[in-house]
Design a protein around this ligand. Structure first.
Ligand SMILES: [Cu+2]
Length: 91
């Protein structure tokens, strides 16, 4: 993804009826009209999170439930800088 893209994350909890707390580093999302960087994902639940990234870099995305994090419920996502817009002469 690039800065200012409109990105929709779909999150689903399908394992062993456990709670999850997905957490995005580096950028925020909007879930049900609330801006946040962490959410609650209930057992067998689903979430839609909308992100318009403004912070380029490679960032951690992980579950905040410690055993899940230790078990590998983590990933990296990358936000690339926005390509410079073409300059027009204005003439
Ligand atoms: Cu979890």
């Amino acid at each position: 993804m690039k800065v200012a893209d409109h990105v929709r994350w779909y999150l689903m909890a399908t394992s062993n009826f456990e709670l999850h707390a997905p957490h995005w580093h580096g950028n925020t999302v909007v879930i049900q009209h609330m801006r946040t960087d962490v959410a609650t994902l209930l057992t067998m639940g689903m979430l839609v999170a909308d992100m318009v990234p403004d912070n380029p870099g490679t960032w951690l995305f992980h579950c905040h439930v410690a055993p899940h994090l230790r078990g590998g419920m983590q990933a990296l996502y990358t936000v690339e800088a926005k390509a410079p817009s073409k300059q027009t002469s204005g003439r």
